[in-house]
Design a protein around this ligand. Sequence first.
Ligand code: MN
Length: 516
Amino acid sequence: MKKPKFIGDYVKLSGELQHLPSRVRIFDTTLRDGEQTPGVSLTTEQKVMIARQLDKLGVDTIEAGMPIVSPGEKQAVEKIAKTGLNAEICALARCVKEDIDAALDCDVDAIHVFIATSDIHLKHKLKLTREQALEQAVRFVEYAKKHGVVVEFSAEDATRSDVEYLKKVYRATVEAGADRVNVPDTVGVITPRGMYHLVRQIKEVIDVPVSVHCHNDLGLAVANSLAGVEAGAEQVHVTVNGLGERAGNAALEEVVMGLRIFYGLKPKVRTELLVETSDLVERLTGVTVSPNKAIVGDNAFAHESGIHVHGVLEFPGTYEPLSPELVGHHRRVVLGKHAGARSVRSQLEEMGIRPTSKQLKLITQKVKELGDKGKKVTDADLRAIAEHVIGALPPEQKTVELKEITVTTGSTITPTASVRLSIKGEERVGSATGVGPVDAAIGAIRNVMKEISGLRLKEYHLDAITGGSDALAEVTVKLEDERGNLYIAKGVREDVVIASVEAMINGINRYFARRK
Ligand code: MN
């Protein structure tokens, strides 16, 4: 054995990766299992948008839905199948004739058929004996296969099934024509070591590609998926942002980067589109990605501690295991109580402010004081502190100014807003309706300003500063441009709508200032 340089090399050099496949297929089920996330429901148009993005990203298979579920679902699967994408388009079906017929109607490339094999599912859900389930699985794999589609067979709840019986089912379905078999950890109850051994045993009795489908109930979906690959699995089921039933599925972005970083396996996915894909799915499903989410979270490449920022500014590899550009992210330095002079200076320089070292020391001290009070130090705060220390700074360029806003709302009318803006001295008027007055007002600004079509409202947050109905409302918006730059801006007014508009316009001005 070669001598390992780092602890991590022990695995690579131990010979325990002898079963690693040379290539791993990425089977994306964002539109099927991901859409089964509680509270998520997508329209056909939204599903097609996501499918196009997944295709651009380069996944091998897109599981578009389960056509038997509803006419809308069927229509969406059909539309995706007819969009002419490069990816294999797959539909899910139970081992039931109507399900498979509905999938065939959609003209998909592949059908993913499944039946449960665990005693707990057989007894309480299907009311079938093991023999009946086996017979049904074989019959419907044969039926689907007869229609010339690729067939992937799943033994639902595989990880809680009797292993000998499970192997028998997989062997029989492969003999019946299944092109791939999938091993679902339906309720997320296996460990990486368990998954490794299960996949090994299955691979010993069949010769078609094996896939794994892991759930995150105990936070192990990605680890279990990678363990499956270590045991030789040639395909992984994933969802963007780890969406999926209950605690979700293995996250696409984490599995793809894990395969690359740990094993040097490069699925045919354009990793630089991972953040863009995550953002689209976040926006369309309404499921917010937590800031500390691996790979795609807002903080995945953000640094606050002074020591860390110092290291990263010298050499990113000190505190970044992979470079943000590789996944389409960007590095961000956040100021707070851990801030060091270096990070404060780098933030100020971005604003075009160059303090002397004495001034820098004072500014840093004040940033830390704010941080100690538990406050987030925004760009606006930093600018105000710098102004206080250095003296008057050149006025912030204001490209856009609000001249007038009128909003009508009520329980019986559609909220409508009209705005008059001055943009570089030119006046523009426009209006919009919305689900509420704030939505209408922001819509009106967007309608007047085509220049901000690439700018999206990533977060909207409302705080009441004082109690009572006359409280000051503080609105914070987080805007994001096409290149992933974030603009955080605030508006403070007694009127929630005007505070929102003010925050929006402050953010837009910041965006224009940066573009210059
Ligand atoms: Mn699932």
